[in-house]
Design a protein around this ligand. Structure first.
Ligand SMILES: Cc1cc2nc3c(=O)[nH]c(=O)nc-3n(C[C@H](O)[C@H](O)[C@H](O)COP(=O)(O)OP(=O)(O)OC[C@H]3O[C@@H](n4cnc5c(N)ncnc54)[C@H](O)[C@@H]3O)c2cc1C
Length: 494
């Protein structure tokens, strides 16, 4: 029997980059040759939170990594399989004693998968080293000292990518590919959704820091302007094309000469929020499908498939909501306020359970990041107890944030020819006006599917009353105790 070469394997997950990738650095440090592996796992491909758009983003990221790896005569081994089965297969050719990845704060199904891999590694004498992801810590009981540790992490040096001829060669990887069901990495050319990859991520980062950030706070909630003036870095952070530390340090580097420190600081504050929410999810994983404040678990809402479908398809008869939904379905992106408003509409005005919109939105947002997503959906649904209850008025928000109705015109073209005030409130048009504009409500565009005012009052009454429920109040204390950051500029309760 011949001695098989011992390999260090990097299992890429949501860290699809070469620079500032601790798992790759740790593998290189073993001095062994290194294989970069991505597994398209069957159970995740089928998971209801994911959509083809996410897998396309990942494929684009891997294609980009392969380009960046060309000077090293290497590429990523991307296979359709399960992780343990892949390692078993690799074992036939190499000895694997070292596996490296980041520690994933993900869905319950990925956590269970990780437990399985842990057992597999234990049984097969593989040491699996998981590194910290963007400063999120596992196993802590509260947030004492957390923000200081996070800041220290952000300010510490990045890991640079310097393999010493250690990467498996293109030829070797192509030989391995023959052993697996390979994945076609092609994706649609002309998609309106942001494309994945380090190169794309850096392009967004550079254009943001060059100029776009100058109107960051001015545009942050505006439906149209925000698409330019916000960084649009969320998918690159969520899939790890860029580490938060890379972006944080790039922002700090331009700060001394920046023409607008206020907007730059507002942006870096958001990066703290990102870690804060993911840390919260790490410490409260049941948030994926149960209200974090257990008092709200007694809130029962009747499911209306009709309402849910109208909301999903942008056919509610409320133009600002319909514009947001259609825009998100097509482009995978909305700014924070629009996301909050469509969740409020679904959970308050349609009075539907937040869990149902959480799954749909996770599929649509190209930046789906479980740690931020579930916490935000619960917050916007008003079911945390500790955050201010906000029931958004979509008409008022339309007038304020899409004043000339450019956004609605673009996404609800059947209203585009109307005067601005009619676009925001088409249901208030008289039959004469409808005739004048050649628009028949109920045929060309739906009547509002609900009574906005009455439904708002119902939601407000029930949710404000629930704030005084003893279990809700008891849970508030528990949540504040566990998740509040003390003595920081990051003023987020719970
Ligand atoms: C219901 C709902 C669901 C959301 N789901 C996600 C999600 O799955 N993934 C996701 O990345 N963001 C989510 N967000 C937060 C926020 O809307 C997006 O991060 C932001 O709109 C992304 O655009 P940007 O990159 O241009 O943001 P910028 O304003 O340029 O912010 C820079 C980065 O900071 C982080 N960030 C910004 N705002 C927040 C916030 N409020 N909370 C936490 N982190 C923030 C993101 O990583 C973002 O990329 C959600 C918000 C709501 C209300």
């Amino acid at each position: 029997m011949y001695n098989k070469e011992s390999l260090a394997v990097v299992w890429l997950k949501r860290d699809l980059r070469l620079q500032d990738n601790e798992a790759i650095q740790n593998a290189i440090n073993t001095g062994k040759r290194v294989l970069l592996l991505f597994v398209f796992e069957e159970f995740l491909l089928k998971d209801p939170h994911y959509d083809k758009r996410h897998w396309d983003f990942i494929k684009e990221s891997i294609r980009d990594l392969n380009k960046l790896l060309l000077p090293y005569n290497s590429k990523v081994l991307a296979v359709n399989s399960e992780v343990a089965a892949t390692l078993n297969q690799l074992h036939q050719h190499y000895t694997i004693r070292d596996l490296f990845s980041h520690q994933e704060t993900g869905l319950l199904c990925t956590y269970h998968r990780d437990l399985k891999i842990k057992r597999y590694c234990h049984n097969n004498l593989i040491s699996w080293k998981e590194n910290i992801w963007n400063g999120v810590l596992r196993g802590i009981q509260n947030r004492k000292g957390w923000i200081g540790q996070w800041k220290e992490y952000m300010e510490s040096p990045q890991f640079s990518f310097h393999p010493k001829n250690q990467l498996l060669t293109l030829h070797e990887i192509e030989e391995l590919e023959k052993q697996f069901s390979s994945t076609d990495l092609a994706t649609p050319e002309n998609s309106p959704i942001q494309k994945g990859g380090v190169t794309e991520g850096l392009r967004y980062q550079n254009s943001f820091f060059k100029e776009r950030y100058l109107s960051y706070t001015k545009g942050i909630s505006k439906s149209e302007l925000s698409r330019e003036s916000c960084s649009r870095l969320s998918p690159y952070l969520a899939w790890g094309n860029l580490s938060t530390r890379q972006v944080w340090q790039a922002a700090k580097a331009i700060r001394p000469l920046s023409k607008n420190k206020k907007d730059l600081d507002a942006f870096t504050a958001k990066l703290k929020w990102q870690a804060h929410f993911i840390q919260k999810f790490e410490m409260e994983h049941t948030m994926e499908d149960s209200s974090m404040n257990k008092g709200y678990q007694m809130l029962k809402k009747n499911i209306s498939i009709k309402y849910q479908k109208a909301w999903e398809q942008g056919q509610t008869g409320v133009p600002m909501i319909d514009a947001c939904m259609r825009c998100m379905n097509e482009t995978g992106y909305l700014n924070f306020r629009m996301r909050a408003m469509i969740v409020s509409f679904f959970t308050h005005l349609l009075w539907q359970p937040w869990q149902d919109c959480a799954v749909y939105l996770s599929k649509m947002f190209i930046d789906f990041e479980p740690g931020i997503h579930f916490a935000q959906v619960q917050m916007q649904a008003g079911e945390t107890g500790v955050n201010t209850l906000r029931i958004y008025n979509p008409i008022k928000n339309g007038y304020e944030l899409d004043t000339n109705a450019d956004f609605i015109r673009k996404w609800v073209p059947e209203l585009a020819h109307l005067q601005t005030k009619h676009i925001h409130e088409p249901y208030s048009m008289t039959p004469l006006e409808q005739g004048l504009y050649n628009l028949k409500l109920g045929i060309d565009y739906p009547h509002p599917i609900i009574d906005l005012k009455a439904n708002r009052q119902r939601a407000s009454k029930i949710l404000w009353e629930m704030k005084n429920d003893p279990i809700v109040m008891q849970e508030n204390n528990r949540i504040l105790e566990k998740h509040t950051l003390n003595n920081t500029s990051l003023n987020i309760a719970g």
